[in-house]
Design a protein around this ligand. Structure first.
Ligand code: DAH
Length: 339
C-alpha cells in the first residue's frame, strides 16, 4: 500500500507538471482526489490492514492527499496568473498608434451657397419659406399674371402632371402662397428646386434651384429693391462689386429688370468668365405687379412690393468656377470632396 501511495504521489507530480489548462487541472483533481479517484480507492483498502499498519498508512495517505491538494492549488494559481498575464498582454492598447480618422462629410456646394444666401437675407430681416415642387398651374402661372395662352409660358418648357398641375418651373409661386397666407409687412426668401423640360448640357438641367425673394409693405419703392440687392451682392461678392439694372419683362413685376454685376474676376475689363462683357447677369427682379397683389387680396393702392429670383447654380458657378452644371448632380466624390 505504501508503494501504491508513493506511486500516486509521483503520478500526480507528473500529471500536474504537464497540465497547461485550468480545465485539465480540474480533471486531475477528480482523477486523484475525487470520490471515485485513485486515493479514495486506496483508502477503501484500509480496512484490510492490521491494526498496527492502519494508523501508519492512514497518516501516509493523509500526507499524500494533502500533498496532492497543495500541488493542485499551486498549479492552479500558476495557471491563473499565466492566463491573467496573457490577457493583459493581448489587450494592451498602444496609445501611440495613430487613430483611424472617420471620413467627414461636407455640405454640397449648392447647400453651402444657399446657406450663405440665407444668412445674408436673414440678416436683413427676411424669413425662410418653402413650398411644394408639384404645383398648381394657378400658382405657377395664372396668379403670377401668366394666363394659359400667354407667350411667357413658352420660355418655360414645363412638365405638366395634368392640365392644372405642373412641376413648378420657378420659385415665384411662393410669392402667391405667401401673400395668400400672410398680410404685409412681408419679407420672405423662398429657396427650392424647380423643373423645366430642358435637355441636359453644360448650362441646362431639367432640375435646378432658384431663390425667390419677396417684400411687400406700405411705401416700398424701387429704391428699396436696389438697396436690398446691393447689400446682398456686396456681402456675397465684395464691396467693390457694381450693379447694373437692365430693363426687362417679367409678367408678374412692373417695372422689371435683370441685374448684372461687374465681373468679380476682371473687375469689368472683360475676361473669359464674363465673356468679354465685364458684366455678369445674376438675377431677375421688379416691383410686384398690381394685378398680382390683387390676386392675393392685397390692395395695390395701399401696398407695394418688390420681388427677385436668383439662380442658385449660377451663384455657385461664379464662386467655385464650376464650368459644367452637370457636376452638381452627378455625385462624383472627386468633384464633391473639393468643397
Ligand atoms: N421666376 C423668374 C424666372 O424663373 C425669375 C424672376 C424674375 C423672379 C423676376 C422674380 C422676379 O421674383 O421679380 O425666370
Amino acid at each position: 500500500m505504501k508503494e501504491k501511495l508513493n506511486k500516486i504521489k509521483s503520478m500526480a507530480d507528473e500529471a500536474f507538471a504537464s497540465s497547461h489548462t485550468l480545465e485539465s487541472l480540474e480533471e486531475l483533481r477528480v482523477k486523484f482526489l475525487g470520490k471515485k479517484g485513485e486515493l479514495t480507492a486506496v483508502m477503501k483498502g484500509m480496512g484490510a490492514l492490521s491494526p498496527d499498519e492502519r494508523p501508519v498508512m492512514g497518516q501516509l495517505a493523509n500526507e499524500v492527499r494533502d500533498y496532492i491538494g497543495e500541488k493542485l492549488e499551486e498549479t492552479k494559481k500558476a495557471l491563473q496568473a499565466a492566463a491573467e498575464e496573457k490577457k493583459i498582454r493581448e489587450e494592451t492598447i498602444d496609445v501611440t498608434i495613430p487613430g483611424k480618422c472617420p471620413k467627414k462629410g461636407a455640405k454640397h456646394p449648392l447647400t453651402q451657397v444657399l446657406d450663405d444666401l440665407k444668412d445674408i437675407f436673414i440678416g436683413m430681416g427676411f424669413s425662410i419659406a418653402e413650398g411644394p415642387e408639384v404645383e398648381l398651374d394657378y400658382y405657377n402661372f395664372e396668379a403670377l399674371n401668366i394666363p394659359k395662352d400667354h407667350p411667357a409660358r413658352d420660355t418655360q418648357d414645363t412638365f405638366y402632371i395634368d392640365e392644372n398641375v405642373v412641376l413648378r418651373t420657378q420659385t415665384s409661386p411662393m410669392q402667391i402662397r405667401t401673400m395668400e397666407k400672410q398680410k404685409p409687412p412681408i419679407r420672405v426668401l423662398a429657396p427650392g428646386r424647380v423643373y423645366r423640360s430642358d435637355a441636359v448640357d453644360a448650362t441646362h438641367s431639367p432640375v435646378f434651384h432658384q431663390v425667390e425673394g419677396l417684400v411687400v409693405d406700405k411705401g416700398i419703392t424701387m429704391a428699396d429693391l436696389k438697396g436690398t440687392l446691393e447689400t446682398f451682392v456686396h456681402k456675397l461678392y465684395g464691396e467693390e462689386t457694381r450693379l447694373r439694372f437692365r430693363p426687362h419683362h417679367f409678367p408678374f413685376t412692373e417695372p422689371s429688370a435683370e441685374v448684372d454685376i461687374s465681373c468679380f474676376n476682371c473687375g469689368g475689363k472683360g475676361c473669359n468668365i464674363c465673356k468679354g462683357e465685364g458684366w455678369i447677369e445674376i438675377l431677375g427682379c421688379g416691383m410686384v405687379h398690381p394685378k398680382v397683389l390683387k390676386n392675393c387680396n392685397i390692395d395695390p393702392d395701399i401696398y407695394s412690393g418688390f420681388a427677385f429670383g436668383i439662380g442658385l447654380e449660377r451663384v455657385a458657378q461664379f464662386r467655385y468656377d464650376v464650368k459644367d452644371m452637370r457636376m452638381y448632380y452627378e455625385n462624383d466624390m472627386r468633384f464633391l470632396s473639393q468643397f
